[in-house]
Structure formats: C-alpha cells, structure tokens
Ligand binder design. Structure first.
Ligand SMILES: [Zn+2]
Ligand SMILES: [Zn+2]
Length: 637
C-alpha cells in the first residue's frame, strides 16, 4: 500500500466496504491496461469514501476517458473472475517484476518498476503474495472480495497528480480516484449526498450568509467571525456556560502565552513542538530584590522571593509560546491553592483560545484552522469519583447531541500500544492498564455507542474522540475527551485525602462542543444555514408594506419591544415592494419575518412568516412576541 506500509494486522482490519473498494482498484488497473498496456502502477489503496490507483502513463488521463475505462471495468466485473491469492517467494516476485508481469496482463518489455521498489521495501520476515483476477496479476497483500462480480456499483470520480510515495523527488504519477458500493442504490444515495453537501458547504454558506471571513493580511487559517457568525459562537458559549454551571463547573481565565518551561513540564515540548507556533524570544529585566519604599508585602513579595537571588536585577532571555492547549494553565490553577478531598471533584472551565501550527496544505475552512476557541474544561477527581464524573461528561455530550438533532454519533476509544511505551506513550504500564480498564468499564456500563482503537491514545492517557454525522450523513470529528493520569504527576498536583495523606488526582480533559471554529462549521452544514431560532444570526426581520409614517412608527415600536427582550431583530424600511423585501430576508435565511401592513397595525397584530415554511397568518402582537421568546428560551429545534 501507499506511503506508509500497513502491518498485516492493520490490513486484516480492512472493513467489508474497504475490501470491495480496494478490489475495484484492481479492476480499474485491469481496465487501464486493456486500453494502455504500458501503464505502470504504484499503489492502489482504499481511502475514505473510495479508492485510487496511482499510474505512470504517457497518455494524460482526463475525465473524458472515464467512460471508456468504466466500460472495460464493467466487462471485467461481468466476467466474474475470482480474486485468486498466490503466495510466492521473494525471488519469484522479483522475477515477475523484472518481466513486467506485476500489475500487468502479460509479460512486458519494461519491468514493473514501482512494484520492484515496493518488494525491496517489504520486511524480510513478511510473506509476499500476489492476487490475480483474469489476466491481471498484482503484487498485493489483500484482502479482496471473492470475485469481480461482487462489485455491485462503482464510478470513477476524478484524476489528480501525486508523487510516488508522496515525495516530490520521485516521479509524478496520475492518481485516478473512484468509489464503489455493494448496490446501485447506495452509490446513487452517496452522490445525492455529495450534491447536497456541496450546497451546504460551510465555506460557501459562510460567505453568502456573512458569517466569517479569512483575510490574507491576517493570515491563513485565522478565521474572523463577522457579526452574524459571532452571534452563533456567542450562543454556543452561553449554552456551554449555563450547562457547565448547572453541572458544578467553575470558570477561569488564562493568558494566551506562557514560558517554555510550562510546556516542558507538561511534556508537550518537545513532543508536540511541530504543532506549536515557533517561540518568541523575550528579554526580561527581572526586578531587583531591594524593596521600594512603601512596598506592601503581599502576593508580589512572595513571587519575588521565590526567585533565585542571583537573577535579581539581571537581564535574562526567555522563550514564550502561544498556547496550543489550555491544560497546563489549568493545572497551575489547581496547584495554586492547597487542595483537600473536599474540593474534589474540581471542574475548571474556560472557552480558551489556542493556536496550533497546522501546515498550510492542511488548512480547510473552519474545520482546520490555526486559531481555535475551545470549549475546554479540566476535571480533577479522586479515583472513586472517576466513574460518576466520566458518566456525567458523557451525559453532557448526549444532551448536546439531542439539542442539535445529532442522531448518529460514535465514540472512538483510543488506547495505547504497550510496544510504544516511553516513545509515543508515557512509560507507566500499570497506570495505562488501570485507566483504560476503568474507562472501558464505564463505556460498557453506560451502553454508549463506541469502538476501541488501539495505538491512538494521547501521550498521557486514553482518549475518546467523538464523531458525529450531520443530517445528510457527512462525518465530522467534533469533540474529544481524555483521561489523564500523567500530567497531574508532571505538575506534581496533590490533594490531601481523608487519611491526611497526599494523593495525585486523575484529570479528565473534555470539550463536548469542540472548538467554536469546527462546531460552527459543522452546524452551518448540519442546518444548511437554516438555524433554529435561538441560534439564528437574525431572529426576526420586520417588513413593512409601504412606508406610511404611522406604519413605520408602529413597526419600530415592535422592533424596540423585541430588542428590549434581547431578540436579534432588524427592520427593512426600504421603499421596495413587499415581495422584494421577503425575497431578501429569505435569501439571508432570516428565521422569522413579521410582515406589517395597515390592517396589522390597526389590530395591534403582526403577520408571521417563517423562513422556508411561508406565511402563518396574522397574530396578536403580544402573542407573536411571547412565542418568539419562548422558542428562544427553550432552544427549540
Ligand atoms: Zn489488492
Ligand atoms: Zn486539556
């Protein structure tokens, strides 16, 4: 397989659909060879939503070629050839490669150069296998479906260029992408979903609905929320604050930068350095220890006294980092006050802004950014409290999902790999075992939908990533939840237990609403910009029929009443015809329109119109406003 070789165990984990798609890649290569027998193939793995095969070919494949390639593929599927596995020795494989017989229909004058290179890189202890369908033989570890006829429906989707093994010093290949499903219906549904997703793309809607922008002078990956987008973030923050308050959290506030030493203590440096912005070198003149007259002893005194006297009055240089995570600051707040078992669980929450250095090629709208405002909190607890706390966190996730109408979600429970202790994972085998066991038990007992993924834990403990699917079935990773036994040790966090001994708390890191950036991006696509009233950037727009001064006065009094109740209301007083005003409001997806004509004014009423639903008719003004307030208060869908 392509750039990173998979282990035999990883390949065995190939899902049914991946197996089907990878098999389709072999059929694609078969078809390309029928048309262009000289084609040289490199890697052809399944990928998210499909597969590709990298090919070196003098003919430039374009989407115009897809029809004839697909026609050849159909013939191969119709022939219903079995996928036959053949185990061969390294020499046999090399021999076939030299004859050009690998990823080919017959012997050729040119050797199968990429396949020969792949064989050279197969570890000596790994066995080598070939797969054959019809005349086509490929170097491949499998697995495959039984026969080509098992491929129910497929389609080629695009062609791009890619360097062999992703290295730009290597030759450039053509990467042909496609997808495959068990049935034609699944294939059709998938493309219908893609169409809908295109319409809902948060980058497109973000622009049309004036929610957020990127600016070259500000920098890539640094989104700025316009007023209409900021409203959504503010509403989410309000929701988080209310929910967390009710759950016994306390809010803290911390700076955006910190000294290098903090991240060395946390273990983020050097391991996480690549994801952090480079440090700022600062020269600081430390204040002298000699006290100015009239100095009042207090906190500052303690701080100064803590410094080694040799530094006093001298200039030192220091490195500061933009914070990439809030945890170290929160740990310091835990340690700032002597803690006893009576203080636990202690739940410190902050919508903290973090900065992460994502490579520019990986930036993507609001989904992959360099500045992120995180729905963060750190929970410190005793071991006995772990189950209740962990369950309460999960409960919070589930309540949010319900509120946002997220019906499909999956929790990925990532555990450590004992072989990588001390490198990828903190070298505490017993604590890993214990923490993973505890977490697994809670997940099992709670009946939550989860899968276990080995070798993907965080550096300092098992991790739970939450994937959610939008209403149209687009998948998003929106939140994480981590159990941390290591950082409290690095920071020497302690509490005094009932028996007067000092103990180290467990820490849970959690961010159910993820970051504002990603969650707002998710919600834009989830709702297709048609936000429920409580989240709507503009909740009510008042549209007058005509511009009679008395009517305008009445409309403005309705506007003022709504605003006095904190409703985000606007008024369209332009001289346009009412249909034009309605069209403009519908375009901006304003949730509710109050259409006001002379008759409404005389009856002290408003005519209510809901975006996408149309006219609901006239209602007494007081009732219409009360209805709006209730819907917002209850955060109705
Ligand atoms: Zn294969
Ligand atoms: Zn954290």
């Amino acid at each position: 397989m392509s750039d990173e070789r998979k282990t035999p165990e990883q390949r065995a984990q190939m899902t049914d659909i991946e197996r089907l798609r990878h098999s389709t890649a072999h059929v694609l290569a078969t078809a390309i060879l029928k048309l262009w027998p000289d084609a040289q193939f490199a890697a052809g793995p399944p990928v998210e939503n499909g597969f590709y095969y990298d090919v070196d070919l003098s003919h430039r494949i374009s989407p115009e070629d897809f029809e004839k390639i697909e026609a050849e593929m159909k013939k191969e599927i119709k022939a219903n050839h079995p996928f036959e596995r053949m185990d061969v020795s390294r020499d046999e494989a090399l021999d076939l490669g030299k004859k050009g017989r690998l990823a080919a229909l017959a012997d050729r004058s040119e050797p199968s150069k990429f396949k020969l290179d792949i064989i050279e890189n197969i570890p000596p202890d790994e066995s080598i296998s070939l797969y054959r369908n019809g005349e086509f033989i490929d170097l491949c570890a499998g697995p495959h479906v039984m026969r080509t006829g098992n491929i129910g429906a497929f389609k080629l989707t695009s062609v791009a260029s890619a360097y062999y093994k992703g290295d730009e010093r290597n030759p450039q290949l053509q990467r042909v992408y496609g997808t495959a499903f068990k049935t034609k219906k699944e294939l059709d549904d998938y493309f219908a979903m893609l169409d809908e997703a295109k319409k809902r793309d948060h980058r497109k809607l973000g622009k049309e609905l004036e929610l957020f922008v990127f600016d070259d002078d500000v920098g890539p990956g640094l989104p700025m929320f316009l007023p209409r987008g900021a409203v959504i973030a503010e509403e989410l923050e309000k929701l988080a604050k209310e929910t967390e308050f009710a759950a016994g959290y306390q809010r803290v506030r911390t700076p955006h930068i910190a000294r290098e030493i903090l991240y060395k203590k946390s273990g983020h440096l050097p391991y996480y350095a690549e994801s952090m912005f480079p440090p700022m070198e600062l020269e600081d003149k430390l204040p002298s220890l000699s006290r100015p007259t009239g100095f009042q002893p207090g906190e500052e005194e303690a701080e100064q006294d803590a410094r080694p006297p040799s530094h006093a009055g001298s200039v030192t240089s220091d490195r500061y980092y933009l914070k990439a995570m809030n945890c170290p600051h929160h740990h310091k707040l835990f340690a700032a006050v002597p803690r006893s078992y009576r203080d636990l669980p202690l739940r410190l929450a902050e919508y903290g802004t973090c900065y992460r250095y994502e490579k520019s090629g990986e930036l993507f709208g609001l989904m992959r950014v360099r500045s992120l405002q995180m729905n963060d909190a750190h929970l410190y607890m005793t071991q006995e409290q772990f189950e209740d706390e962990f369950n309460a966190v999960n409960e919070m996730y589930l309540n949010y999902f319900k509120l946002f109408g997220i019906d499909k979600y999956l929790m990925r429970f990532s555990t450590h790999d004992p072989a990588k202790l001390g490198q990828k994972f903190v070298d505490e085998p017993e604590l890993w075992k214990k923490t993973e066991e505890m977490t697994r038990n809670v997940l099992k007992n709670s009946g939550i939908n989860y899968v276990e993924v080995p070798n993907e834990a965080a550096f300092y403990g098992p991790k739970i990533d939450v994937q959610a699917w939008s209403v149209i079935g687009r998948e998003f990773s929106i939140a994480t939840n981590q159990v941390d036994f290591a950082q409290p040790r690095f920071f020497d966090l302690r509490y005094k237990d009932k028996d007067n001994t000092e103990k180290i708390p467990i820490c849970i890191h959690r961010a159910p609403l993820g970051t504002h950036e990603r969650f707002v991006g998710f919600l834009i696509e989830h709702y297709a910009g048609n936000f429920p009233l409580w989240l709507s950037p503009e909740q009510v727009r008042i549209l007058t029929i005509g511009d009679d001064p008395k009517l305008i006065d009445y409309a403005r009094s309705v506007l003022n009443e709504l605003r006095a109740h904190q409703v985000r209301a606007e008024i369209d007083e332009t001289s346009d015809k009412i249909n034009g005003k309605i069209q403009r409001a519908e375009q901006m997806k304003v949730h509710t329109m109050f259409v006001i004509g002379k008759r409404d004014m005389e009856a002290n009423a408003v005519s209510v119109r809901i975006h996408g639903k149309g006219n609901l008719g006239a209602e007494p003004r007081a009732e219409a406003i009360a209805e709006i307030l209730l819907s917002i208060k209850e955060r109705r869908a």
